[in-house]
Ligand binder design. Structure first.
Ligand code: ASP
Length: 300
């Protein structure tokens, strides 16, 4: 039997936070760890655990996923998510959702109830509704800080803010049977063009899970993670170069950086390795296993 483990992230960036803000973020990560750990400790699957953890973070307005998502340049919110089962490499993803409360739930429905991997915009909305996913008014996702953030980015010429916080959320887990799974959910980047799809819902970029290597979730400047095929590349390095999970994560983050991008990755392997890395000043992250849990924001 493998020792189960769950790792989550709540995005990365400069993260110059007030003690109060940091406390709220840490509490959110802790709640997600608890939700996923309850599944794994009860003998549940890594797939159920990453979905449970991601749903908690989607509902938490402190993070850029579900409620609290960032706004596109036209002022709307478009949500992306993906989930992948390392046991079978089954995967499901959605992009451009506007009324589905849990994009990760919708991604799982795509995986389990359609022959497709990625559905987007109107087609994804319709599919999620048909499969009984809870809907909310688009205003439910919006919090005032995000509108102010959009105004600041647009006033600065629409470029990306140096103090940007990538608030995407992700979860990766290995269960007692040694199967891995990954989930990522996001509102994308502040002031993105509407219709833009980032790395999070792209299997092999922001999300990947393979029992032959690892489960991976990314946060950061998505375009660069797409170009690096980051999630898949971590697993490929492990399988073909024999690197450890930590070595592979560090190498892929260095590659993303060389392309001009920035961000972080979390991962777990079927043998129970857990690792993370980030090229920003901080990353909201946490880890839990039967041995206990810890939550961190900056380097120790
Ligand atoms: N990677 C996400 C994207 O580019 C953003 C984030 O990590 O917050 O859509």
């Amino acid at each position: 039997m493998t020792n189960w483990q769950l790792v989550v992230h709540g995005g990365c960036g400069e993260l110059r936070l007030s003690p109060e803000e940091e406390g709220i973020g840490r509490a959110g990560i802790g709640a997600a760890l608890d939700a996923g750990a309850a599944v794994l400790a009860g003998g549940g699957t890594s797939l159920d655990a990453v979905e449970a953890a991601a749903r908690v973070l989607e509902d938490d307005p402190a993070f850029n996923a579900g409620r609290g998502s960032v706004l596109a340049h036209d002022g709307h919110i478009e949500l992306d998510a993906a989930i992948m089962d390392g046991r079978t490499r089954a995967a499901g993803a959605v992009a451009g959702l506007t009324t589905i409360r849990s994009p990760i739930g919708a991604a799982r429905a795509v995986m389990e109830h359609s022959p497709h991997v990625l559905l987007s915009f109107g087609g994804a909305e319709e599919f999620a509704r048909e499969h009984g996913l809870e809907t909310v008014d688009p205003s439910w996702f919006e919090i005032p800080e995000r509108r102010a953030q959009l105004a600041r980015v647009l006033a600065s010429g629409g470029g990306f803010d140096a103090d940007v916080k990538y608030g995407t959320i992700g979860a990766v887990a290995v269960d007692a049977a040694g199967h891995v799974a990954a989930a990522t959910s996001t509102g994308g980047l502040t002031a993105k063009r509407f219709g833009r799809i980032g790395d999070s819902p792209l299997i092999g970029a922001g999300t990947y899970a393979d029992d032959r290597s690892a489960a991976i979730s990314a946060t950061g400047s998505g375009e660069f993670f797409i170009r690096a095929a980051a999630g898949h590349e971590v697993g490929a390095r492990m399988r073909m170069l024999g690197e450890t999970l930590q070595q592979a994560i560090d190498a892929v983050l260095a590659d993303v950086k060389a392309l001009g991008g920035t961000g972080g990755l979390i991962g777990v392997s079927p043998t129970g390795e857990a690792a993370w890395g980030f090229t920003t000043r901080g990353m909201y992250r946490g880890r839990v296993s039967a041995a206990g849990r810890d939550v961190a924001v900056h380097d120790a």
